[in-house]
Design a protein around this ligand. Sequence first.
Ligand SMILES: Cc1ncc(C[n+]2csc(CCOP(=O)(O)OP(=O)(O)O)c2C)c(N)n1
Ligand SMILES: CC(=O)[C@@H](O)[C@H](O)COP(=O)(O)O
Ligand SMILES: [Mg+2]
Length: 637
Amino acid sequence: MQITPGPLLAQIQTPEDLKKFPKEKLVQICEELRHFIVDNVSVYGGHFGASLGVVELTVALHYVLNTPQDQLVWDVGHQAYGHKILTGRRERFHTNRVYGGLSGFPKRKESEYDTFGVGHSSTSISAALGMAMASKYKGTDIQHVAVIGDGSMTGGMAFEAMNHAGVSGTNLLIILNDNCMSIDPNVGALKDYLTDITTSHTYNKVKDEVWNILGKLSKFGSSAQEIISKVEGAVKSAVLKQSNLFESLNLRYFGPVDGHDVDHLVEILKDMRDIPGPKILHCVTVKGKGYGPAESGNKTTWHAPGTFDKVTGEIFKKVPTTPQAPKYQDVFGHTLVELAEKDSRIMGVTPAMPSGSSMNIMMKAMPDRAFDVGIAEQHAVTFSAGMATQGLVPFCNIYSSFMQRAYDQVIHDVCLQNLPVVFCLDRAGFAGADGPTHHGAYDIAYFRCVPNLVVASPMNEEELRNMMFTGSTYGGPFSIRYPRGNGVMPQWKTPLREIPVGQGRIIREGEDIAILTLGHMGNYAMEACASLVKEGLNPAHYDMRFVKPLDSDLLHEVFSKFKKIVTVEDGCLMGGFGSAVLEWMMDHGYQAQVKRLGIPDDIIEHGEQIELHRECGFDPEGIAATVRSLAEHVHVS
Ligand SMILES: Cc1ncc(C[n+]2csc(CCOP(=O)(O)OP(=O)(O)O)c2C)c(N)n1
Ligand SMILES: CC(=O)[C@@H](O)[C@H](O)COP(=O)(O)O
Ligand SMILES: [Mg+2]
C-alpha cells in the first residue's frame, strides 16, 4: 500500500521535476523526503539510518547534477532510498525489498539512474573512476560522482581506487559521507584522522578563507589553477602539520562541510563542477538525522531496525518460526566466549560486523581477544593467519557473500600453510531481503575445492556448538557455514562434544529413497518426511554434516541400500554438496538416480528466505514433491 507523500514530493517523479523548484523550496523537499522514508521503513522495514543521513546530499546532488547523464554511484547503496524515491520509484517504493518488488540497493536493470549495482561496500570509487575514464577516452563531458561512507572508506578497494584516481587525469568527484558510523561505530586510524580534520578549528578557519579566494580564482585558466592547488596544498599541510591524506594521493580535498545544509551543498556542488581534476568533498553528517530515536538512540539498531512505531520509536520484534529458538549468530557469539574461557588460544575477528555476527559478545567479554578490523575482509583473513602462526586459534567470522572478497587470502595465507583458522560463514545460503549481492550461494563450491580446508554445516544450534568446539581443536583450516536467522532448539545450551571430522549421521531409517541434507536444510527434510510418511512413503534421511571430507562409510551404506537419492543444500548446485555426492558415487562405482536440490545456475532476486527456497524447489513441500515424483517412478519401473 503506497505511502502518501508531502505536497512538494508528490510533484516529483524525476530530478527534472526537482529542478523546477526554486532553491528556496529545497529545505521543505528534504523534510518531505525524510518523512516519506520514515513512513515507508516504519511500515515495511529495510535499511534506515543511512538514508536519513544523506537526504540533503541526495537532493542537492540531483538538483545540481544532470542525472542520469551525469553519473552518480552510491557505495553499498543502503543509503539510496532518497535517490530511488527521487528517480521515478516513489510510487513503487512500498515494494522495496519485497519478493518481486524493488531491490533494496541500486541496480542497473531497475533504473537508468542506478549507474552501478552495489550492495557490497567500497566499490563506488573504482566504478565511478572507470566511468570517468571511459568519458575521458570518448570525449564526453559529463560529471562522475561517487558517494562513499566513512565505513566503506575503510575497505581496501577504496584506497586502490584513490591511488589510481590521483593520477587518472579525470574530473572524478568523491563525496565522503562521514558520520563516524559503520553499522557499528566506525573503527581504525582513518576514523581518528577524519575526526581530527573535522574538529580542527584552525584548519577549518584558514581553509574557509582559502576556499573563498581560490574558489573564485579557479575560473581563470589552467595556470591560475596550478598556482591555486600549490597554495592550497601548502596552506593545508602547514595548518594540519601533516599533509592531508587525500591530498597526498593527489586528490584535491575540500571540506569538511555540513552535509545537512542543502543550500550550502548546492552552492558547493556547483563550484565543484568547475574545478578540474580528481577531488574529494568531505561531508559531515549524522546517521539517522531528523528522526529522534535514530539520531540520538542506538545508531547500530537503527541501521536496519525492521518495522517500528514511528510515533513512539518502538521497534516491533520479529517472531521466529520456532518460538524462543535463538538466532544462529547468537549461538555463535555465546559459544565462542564459552570456548575462549576454556582455551586461551582462541581469538575473534570480524570485518565490521560485530553486531551482525554477534562477535560483539566476545568483544564485550574479552576486548583484548576480539577485533573489529573495519570493512576489510581480506585483512581479516590474513590478520587471522598471522595470529595462527603464533599458536593462536582465531575464529574469523565473515558473512558468506562478503567472504568472496577474501577467497585468495583463505587459500594463499591460510590453507597453503595449513594454519588453524576457524572460518564461521554466517548468512550462508539465501540471505533473503538483501538479495543476490548478499546471498551466500557459493561458499560450498568455492571452499570444498581448497586443499586442507574442512567444510562443515550444522543442522541446528547443538551441532553448531559442537562444530565450533571441534574446529577449535582441529589444528588446521576449518569452516562452518550457517544461515541468517533462527535455529530450531529453544534449549540450545547443550554440553559441548567433539564431532569426528567427516562423520555424518542418520536422522531416520527408511526404504526406497534416501534424502541427504547439509546444514539447516535437514530441518526442512524432517518436515517433508513427516508429511510423506502420512502418504505411505518412508524415505530415509541422513544429515551429512560435512561436505569435506564426505562421510565415505555412510555413503557406502546409502548407495548400497538405495537407488533413489535426493540431495538438499542451501547453496549453488554447480560444484556444491550434491555435486560432491555425485563425484563420490562415480569414483566408487555406484549407480543411482540422484536428484540434487539447491540454488540453480541463475541470479535469484530478493524476498523472504522461505519464498526463495520455494522458488528453487527446496522448501519442505519442494523436497516432498521431489520424493513423491521419484517414488512414483520407482513403483513404475
Ligand atoms: C564487503 C562488505 N562488507 C560488509 C558489508 C556490510 N555493511 C553494509 S553497510 C556497512 C557500513 C557502511 O558504513 P558507511 O560506509 O560509513 O555507511 P553509513 O551506513 O554510515 O551511511 C557495512 C559494514 C558490506 N555491505 N560489504
Ligand atoms: C547493507 C549491508 O550490507 C548490511 O546492512 C546487511 O544488509 C546486513 O545484513 P544482515 O541484516 O543479515 O545482518
Ligand atoms: Mg558511516
